[in-house]
Design a protein around this ligand. Sequence first.
Ligand SMILES: Cc1cc2nc3c(=O)[nH]c(=O)nc-3n(C[C@H](O)[C@H](O)[C@H](O)COP(=O)(O)OP(=O)(O)OC[C@H]3O[C@@H](n4cnc5c(N)ncnc54)[C@H](O)[C@@H]3O)c2cc1C
Length: 292
Amino acid sequence: MDTDVLIIGCGPAGVQAAIHSSRAKVKTTVVGKTINSSVHGTDIENYFGVVSEGDTILADGIAQAKSFGAEFINQNVVTSATQDGSFLFTTDDGTEIKAKAVIIATGVSRKKLAVPGEKELFGKGVSYCAVCDCNFYKGRRVVLVGNESEAAVSAKFMTSYASETSWVAWDLTADDSVVTKALDAGVRLYTNRPVSIDGTDKVESITLVDGTVIPTDGVFIELGAKSAADIAMDIGVMPEMDDTIKVDADCKTEVPGVFACGDITGKPWQVAKAVGQGCIAGLNAADFVKGN
Ligand SMILES: Cc1cc2nc3c(=O)[nH]c(=O)nc-3n(C[C@H](O)[C@H](O)[C@H](O)COP(=O)(O)OP(=O)(O)OC[C@H]3O[C@@H](n4cnc5c(N)ncnc54)[C@H](O)[C@@H]3O)c2cc1C
């Protein structure tokens, strides 16, 4: 499908961006899951004029955006690229989206596995970003850990670099099509929960709950959606060292047509800041599409 403005992320920043972009009469599509927003399940007490549950604020905002014509797709973006001045994305189920402008509103999330060795061996073989660190694993063994489509996509991606690619998933929710692609590419799937990442100065193995020990040089933890860092780099935006995306006062990134807003641009991690930047990003993305 084609759209004018694609907003990646369905939290306060993305939804506010959708309200302003769609009201500016450009075709606006939002991809993301409200259940993964940081406001899901929270009570918000410090947002101007509103004391409410986070889920209520989001539902009301989505209804507003829809009333102005914005479309919502309850999936994750799993690949991103540029082509002839446009931005191309695919979602979990393989839907392809071509956009003239992009707003990255993915919030902050680097879900931890929370097993012994993860923290101690971070940067010594433990990574949260296959696209960022793939080059370090040319001809070496890697294990991807995660249940969602992103883990399958990253596992397949790593087969182009690693000598052996294993994938550990214990509650598989990845789309069948991406699982098949990963397995066809030679990925070996283990279906037990990891209990530890092992090694002294560097990763040497990962141990599963049934006692299986998989020798490896690297463990990539991909427990959530495709990270903003991956999405950004694939369309030419280099994230900061802390994985935030730098924007100017107009919420523009270094790449024309790519905007960012909300928690992903840095602290304060607050709804008020997220919607403020969402407004700016939505208006400026619409202007970009109109050539203003
Ligand atoms: C427990 C808790 C309590 C809080 N209390 C307050 C409070 O009282 N007041 C306050 O102002 N703030 C509070 N916050 C912070 C507030 O929730 C965040 O600042 C706000 O949600 C940021 O909005 P956002 O849109 O930038 O990101 P998020 O709300 O996190 O939304 C990010 C969106 O991006 C989506 N996404 C991520 N990756 C992808 C992908 N690859 N493809 C598609 N979509 C993707 C996610 O699914 C989600 O929909 C709280 C946060 C927490 C965790």
